[in-house]
Design a protein around this ligand. Structure first.
Ligand code: CDP
Ligand code: CDP
Length: 230
């Protein structure tokens, strides 16, 4: 019969990973998991509780008191990130969190905490997950792996538009600096750096609109499902 597969989408910041992942999940009736939201929520907790994240003991203690959950939002149709039973979906998207998240996500204990939960979510297959290490570390045996890229200037422009709609005080320069810094830290950290898995298909969507990218990737999905069905 037709098998449910795991689809991983990794890549640099703001190239459209979550947009594509949502499109695919809707089309296939799969679960979509935004792994970045988990690192953002952990970072928010660390900021709120003034956790010294160079201190291993403080990090461990903090992680022990963090409960993360994705809760379906009837209005948006997407999942909201809940941190200890509080909806933090809006808060985790703010610059305050974006400025620190890559430092926190580089901590080994933080990654082990997040990856264990991500792997559980994928146990039933039928999942699309986006992030930085999904095809390399979280689901190394995924049936379809995508590595997304887009021209850096286009990525900055896309993310700026999003943030500006919510906060007109934001500057293009600030967004550019943040994306560059995060991409650098994410690609150069010791634990699970951002890498293209050898078997990941590269998708450069600089010149693709949303419909074009979806049409292209749905071909790959159909091929992957065919190849893994009997
Ligand atoms: O959407 P955006 O590109 O801004 O980033 P995100 O997916 O929300 O991820 C925020 C940050 O979390 C990234 O810059 C990484 O530092 C970290 N992250 C990670 O280390 N591993 C993942 N699987 C997902 C996110
Ligand atoms: O998840 P990631 O950080 O990789 O990016 P995203 O949040 O999915 O996309 C960043 C922005 O790019 C969103 O505002 C999308 O609407 C936009 N986008 C686009 O303009 N064209 C595409 N082909 C894909 C995404």
């Amino acid at each position: 019969g037709v098998k449910k597969i795991i689809i991983t989408i990794d890549g640099y910041s703001s190239c459209g990973k979550s947009t594509l992942a949502r499109q695919l999940a809707a089309q296939l009736n799969y679960l979509y998991i935004d792994s970045g939201a988990m690192y953002r929520a952990i970072t928010l907790y660390f900021i709120q509780h003034r956790v010294e994240w160079n201190d291993h003991v403080q990090v461990k203690t903090a992680l022990d008191s963090i409960h993360l959950e994705f809760v379906h939002n009837q209005i948006s149709g997407y999942s909201d990130m809940f941190l200890n039973d509080e909806n933090v979906e809006q808060l985790i998207r703010e610059m305050l969190v974006a400025e620190k998240v890559s430092e926190v996500a580089a901590i080994r204990a933080v990654r082990e905490f997040a990856v264990a939960q991500q792997q559980k979510m994928g146990a039933q297959k039928g999942i699309v997950m986006d992030g930085r290490d999904i095809g390399t570390v979280v689901f190394p045996h995924a049936e379809l792996k995508i590595f997304m890229t887009a021209d850096p200037a286009i990525r900055v422009e896309r993310r700026f538009k999003e943030l500006y709609a919510k906060n007109p005080n934001i500057t293009l320069h600030e967004v550019k600096e943040n994306l560059e810094l995060r991409d650098y830290i994410d690609a150069n950290r010791e634990v699970s750096p951002l890498r293209r898995a050898e078997d990941a298909i590269i998708l450069d969507n600089s010149q693709l609109n949303m419909q074009e990218q979806l049409d292209l990737v749905m071909q790959w999905v159909e091929d992957a499902i065919m190849a893994h069905s009997s």
